[in-house]
Ligand binder design. Structure first.
Ligand code: ATP
Length: 361
C-alpha cells in the first residue's frame, strides 16, 4: 500500500539530508508518495511567512510529514516553524531515541535510551514580554501583591506554563511507549526543588501516572543530577520524560552520547498528526557542501515507516545504516572526526546515502 507523506526540505543542510533520506526510503521497498512543501527562511521573502498556509494545510490533510531543519531567523519577529507546527497540530510528544551504533565515533558504548519531551508548554510556549511591555508593570504589581519577592525593574519576562493535563498526557505517553517497546524504567526529570509550582506539578502528576503502571519501574531525577548521571553512565537510563526546555537540552546531551547531532532521530507525535525530523538544526556552517551526516534524518524516516506500519522497511533501513557505519569505509566528516580526530577519508552526504542503499540491496 502506498502512503502519502509531506516532505519539507527546510533550510541549510535540510535539502541535502532530505534528498539522501528520500533516496534511502525509496530503495527500502516502502511505497511512499512524496508531497513536497516549503517552509523556512526563503519563504519569508516569497510569501511573507516561514510557514506558508498551504504547507500547514497539506500536513493537516495527510497527517504525516518528514522535514529537514528550518532556520528561525533571529530578530525578525517570526516564530520558530518547529514550534508553530508543534502548536498547530498539538504534537505534544517529542520522541528521540538515542542508541549506540557501531562506529558512531562516541566514547560511550551500549547507550540505549529514549527521550520523551513535552512539546507544547513550558518556556517554549512563547509567552514573553520585553522589559518595556506594559504587561511587565502589571506583573510586577501582581507579584508584589502576592507577597513574593519582586523582580528587578527593567526585567524581561518569559512565562513557564506547566499544566496538569499537559503533564499527564506526556507522562502517560512515556509509560505507554515503555510498555509497547518492552522498556523497563521511566525517569521523570524536573527541578521541583526550586520550581515547586510548575515542576512540582509535573512531578506530582508523574508519580500519579507511574502508580498506574506497576510493571514499569519509575524514578525521578533533578535535571542537573540527571545530566551528570547521563555522562557518568548512560546505561543506567531507559526512558526519560521531561518538560519542554529540559527535554531540548538533554536531547542534545544524549545525541552527544551516541556520536553527535548527525546521529539522533526524532518524531513529534500528536493525536491526529506526526512530524518526523532529526534532532539537529540547519547547520548553516556546513550547508550546501555535501558535508552533512544524513543518518539522523534517515533514522527519523525509519521511525516514520514504523508509524506507517511499514515495520519491515523500517528494520531494513536501520540495519543498512548500522551496516554502513560498522563497515566504516563510508562515513561523513563528523563521524570520521569523532573516530580519528581528523576528517580525512570521510565521504559526503550523497555517498553515505549510496552506501546505505547498497547495504539495503
Ligand atoms: P538550532 O538552533 O536550530 O538547534 P544550532 O545552530 O544551534 O541549530 P545545529 O544546526 O543543530 O545547531 O548544529 C550545531 C552544529 O553541529 C552545526 O554547526 C554543525 O557543525 C553540527 N551538525 C549539526 N547537524 C549536523 C549533521 N547532520 N551533520 C554534521 N554536522 C552537523
Amino acid at each position: 500500500m502506498a502512503h502519502d507523506v509531506v516532505l519539507i526540505p527546510g533550510d541549510g543542510i535540510g535539502p541535502e539530508i532530505t534528498t539522501a533520506m528520500r533516496r534511502v526510503v525509496d530503495a527500502s521497498g516502502a511505497q511512499i508518495v512524496w508531497h513536497v512543501a516549503e517552509a523556512g527562511a526563503a519563504q519569508i521573502e516569497c510569501v511573507g511567512t516561514p510557514l506558508p498556509p498551504e504547507t500547514l494545510e497539506l500536513v493537516r490533510e495527510l497527517g504525516v510529514a518528514i522535514k529537514g531543519p528550518v532556520t528561525t531567523p533571529v530578530g525578525t519577529g517570526f516564530r520558530s516553524v518547529n514550534v508553530a507546527l508543534r502548536q498547530a497540530f498539538d504534537l505534544y510528544a517529542c520522541v528521540r531515541p538515542c542508541r549506540s551504533l557501531p562506529g558512531d565515533g562516541s566514547r560511550f558504548r551500549d547507550v540505549d535510551l529514549v527521550i520523551v519531551r513535552e512539546n507544547t508548554e513550558d518556556l517554549y510556549a512563547g509567552i514573553e514580554f520585553a522589559p518595556d511591555a506594559p504587561e511587565v508593570a502589571e506583573l510586577a504589581r501582581l507579584v508584589e501583591a502576592s507577597g513574593q519577592r519582586p523582580f528587578r525593574a527593567g526585567s524581561a519576562i518569559s512565562v513557564k506554563p506547566i499544566s496538569e493535563e499537559g503533564s499527564r498526557r506526556i507522562v502517560t505517553y512515556a509509560f505507554e511507549y515503555a510498555r509497547a517497546h518492552c522498556r523497563r524504567k521511566v525517569t521523570a526529570v524536573h527541578k521541583a526543588n526550586i520550581m515547586k509550582a510548575t515542576d512540582g506539578l509535573f512531578l506530582r502528576v508523574a508519580r500519579e501516572v507511574a502508580a498506574l503502571y506497576p510493571d514499569i519501574a519509575f524514578e525521578d531525577k533533578i535535571v542537573d543530577a540527571c545530566c551528570m548521571g547521563l555522562v557518568q553512565d548512560p546505561t543506567r537510563f531507559d526512558v526519560l520524560v521531561l518538560p519542554n526546555l529540559y527535554g531540548d537540552i538533554v536531547s542534545d546531551l544524549c545525541a552527544g552520547l551516541v556520536g553527535g547531532l548527525g546521529m539522533a532521530p526524532g518524531a513529534n507525535i500528536g493525536a491526529d498528526c506526526a512530524v518526523f525530523e532529526a534532532t539537529h538544526g540547519s547547520a548553516p556552517d556546513i550547508a550546501g557542501r555535501d558535508l552533512a551526516n544524513p543518518t539522523a534524518e534517515i533514522l527519523s524516516a525509519a521511525m516514520m515507516l514504523d508509524h506507517l506500519g511499514e515495520t519491515e522497511a523500517a528494520a531494513r533501513v536501520r540495519a543498512a545504516v548500522t551496516a554502513t557505519l560498522a563497515e566504516g569505509t563510508s562515513v561523513t566528516a563528523d563521524v570520521r572526526l569523532a573516530q580519528t580526530g581528523s576528517a580525512e577519508g570521510a565521504v559526503g552526504t550523497a555517498a553515505f546515502a549510496n552506501a546505505v542503499i547498497t547495504h539495503l540491496a
